[in-house]
Ligand binder design. Structure first.
Ligand SMILES: [Zn+2]
Length: 264
């Protein structure tokens, strides 16, 4: 690994964070957290920063792809537009950041496997969600076993499921090309699929659901876009989409470490 001085890492992280804010990709707090993530990634080494970019650039592009169509299709279902809030940055990148800190000054391989698995899970889930909403039609809910409104958690489409696998494979390939051990990259890609599947299962079971009594539609919003306050409709109250995403990265990391121990 090529060492980067902390000063250079902080400077480049801050520059990247500023760029995300200027390009209106993230809220200001989200940009600050992205800057911190970029800085610790740079300090952990160039491959770590490359891995973070390999996650962020396609995820951002995909969230903008067919944006208008997706906003129409998911009208009133999703809590907010994707990839904006600080909590989303933390939910997707927090475990990666912790692994990067754990890797500072060490030679242990597990932080690498954890980081790739966590980011691959976040990528797989993002690719599946964005491509599924953009071209998937009405998704099939694992919970109700019926077709549901696009954007509903715990529901799948064929294009979304293919995209999930591609997202995980992309992160594994990027990790190997960035200079990480290919076995760790492979384990990370497998973890990515595991994490995204976990995300879907949690979304179908325990994720908190809300219901708009006026429109008789499910939603993630506390106040529906029709103006009606929504009420709880099952799941656990604390299990927000962000909490599910954190758990998804944890599952991704755990599957990656398990795979790496068993096969590498
Ligand atoms: Zn409504």
């Amino acid at each position: 690994m090529i060492p980067v001085s902390p000063l250079v890492g902080v400077a480049l992280g801050a520059a990247a964070g500023l760029a995300t804010w200027r390009l209106r990709l993230l809220s200001i707090v989200g940009s600050c957290i992205a800057a911190a993530l970029g800085a610790v990634a740079m300090m952990a080494g160039i491959p770590w920063a490359m891995l973070l970019l390999a996650f962020f650039i396609p995820a951002t592009a995909l969230s903008r792809w067919r944006r208008r169509i997706k906003v129409q299709r998911t009208a009133g279902v999703l809590a907010e537009e994707p990839m904006r809030r600080a909590s989303q940055v933390v939910a997707n990148g927090g475990l990666f950041g912790a692994a990067a800190i754990a890797a500072l000054g060490g030679v242990a391989e597990w932080p690498v496997v954890v980081a790739i698995g966590a980011l691959a899970a976040a990528a797989a889930d993002t690719w599946a969600t964005e491509i599924g909403m953009g071209m998937g039609g009405a998704p099939w809910s694992l919970r109700s076993r019926t077709r549901v409104a696009p954007g509903t958690s715990g529901a799948v489409t064929l294009p979304g499921t293919v995209a999930m696998c591609l997202g995980a494979a992309w992160m594994g390939t990027s990790a190997a090309l960035a200079g990480f051990d290919p076995a760790a990259a492979m384990a990370g890609a497998v973890g990515g699929v595991g994490g995204a599947l976990g995300d879907t299962l949690l979304g179908a079971t325990v994720q908190y659901r809300r219901w708009c009594p006026a429109c008789e539609r499910g939603t993630e919003r506390e106040v529906h876009d029709c103006g009606t306050p929504t009420r709880g409709d099952g799941g656990w109250r604390f299990m927000s989409n962000d909490v599910v995403n954190v758990l998804s990265t944890l599952i991704g990391a755990a599957v990656a470490v398990g795979w790496h121990r068993a096969f590498a």
